[in-house]
Design a protein around this ligand. Structure first.
Ligand SMILES: *Cc1c(COP(=O)(O)O)cnc(C)c1O
Length: 334
């Protein structure tokens, strides 16, 4: 019974169908009839002008998005547990040509305007220190918590305030769908002031396509050149576009995220005395001993340890009701 991560999940049947349907000759790269509709599809979704590019991993999405905001001598303010800091094997340094990540502490995997201002105040004027060029926030956060629209707006204001240059604002939305499903309301409501969004689909039912959404369409050219240079311009891009369009169609992305979140909520309710973080999206972090984890594994549940005294369980769009119920019972009985 699989609770390791949401990228262990199956590919949604509608995504397979869309890829099969795309299996006819069309123009290569992103000149095909599907890729050419992506800008409009996301502009429709968010009700504002934007440009959208597919890439095949979240790491590439984050780093190419940041490449539109950060110069090689700049820095990126992010949470100390951010995926770009902890889980991307130095890709930000590689794609950004040495730009520095500037990690900040913060409860629930979230950073605050206060932490941003405090860090900026430490940077001396002049060329000797790295100055931040952008802020990156993760929605939902690395511990499954969700920035409220007003929290994002406050960070955007901090990005625009001094000292120094206006900072770009990037959102790592590997689990953006889960965050929107939690918040309800318009998909764009938590994007005020965001310049670039990595919109995740792979963990939510796609196979190999994430979108970089740029709310300044003029930045898209830079991202396109950098995507090619990085070896991420896929020759048969129509198969990536097909996945994204299938996920957007009829708001499949939201339905899938709602299913994942509901399964996590069920686990969270069963383990409520052990929760390390509120369950807002599709991740559940619980305090439990080594022996308790062994017992759960012995009963057939797969999940990651989270340090010495904790475990992480992640649900996905294809969570099976019986497996979720069984884990909920096992957690309640610990
Ligand atoms: C999964 C994930 C990504 C994307 O990871 P890849 O393995 O590069 O696809 C990015 N950010 C967060 C927060 C993630 O959880």
């Amino acid at each position: 019974m699989q609770f390791l991560s949401d990228n262990a999940a199956a590919v949604h049947p509608a995504v397979w169908t869309a890829m099969q349907a795309a299996d006819e000759a069309d123009a290569p790269y992103d000149h095909d009839s599907l890729s050419r509709t992506l800008d409009a599809a996301f502009a429709d979704l968010f009700g504002r002008d934007c440009a959208a590019l597919w890439v095949a991993s979240g790491t590439a999405a984050n780093c190419l998005a940041l490449a539109t905001l950060v110069e090689p001598h700049g820095g990126v303010l992010c949470h100390e547990e951010a995926h770009i800091e902890m889980d991307e094997g130095g890709a930000p340094g590689f794609f950004l040509h040495g730009a520095k990540l500037m990690p900040l502490p913060g409860a629930r995997g979230k950073i605050t305007p206060e932490a941003i201002a405090a860090r900026r105040a430490q940077v001396r004027e002049g060329v000797h220190q790295v100055h931040p060029h952008a802020i990156s926030i993760t929605q939902a956060s690395e511990v499954g918590c969700v920035y409220r629209p007003e929290e994002v707006a406050a960070i955007a204001s901090a990005a625009q305030a001094g000292p120094g240059r206006r900072l770009g604002l990037h959102m790592d939305g590997a689990r953006f769908a889960n965050a929107v499903a939690f918040l309800g309301g318009a998909p764009g409501a938590c994007l005020a002031g965001v310049d670039a969004l990595s919109f995740g689909f792979i963990k939510n039912g796609a196979m190999s396509a994430e979108a970089i959404v740029l709310f300044d369409p003029a930045a898209a050219d830079l991202a396109r050149f950098r995507r090619k240079r990085a070896g991420h311009l896929q020759s048969k891009g129509r198969f990536l576009a097909a996945q994204i369009l299938a996920m957007l169609k009829g708001d499949l992305w939201l339905a899938n995220a709602r299913a994942a979140n509901a399964a996590a909520a069920e686990l969270g309710a069963a383990a409520k005395d052990r929760l390390l973080h509120p369950v807002e999206a599709n991740e559940v972090f619980i305090a439990c001993t080594h022996d308790e984890r062994q017992a759960l594994r012995g009963a057939g549940f797969a999940f990651y340890d989270w340090g010495d005294g904790a475990a992480r369980m992640v649900t996905a769009w294809d969570a099976r009701a019986q497996h979720v119920a069984a884990l909920a019972r096992a957690l309640a009985a610990l």
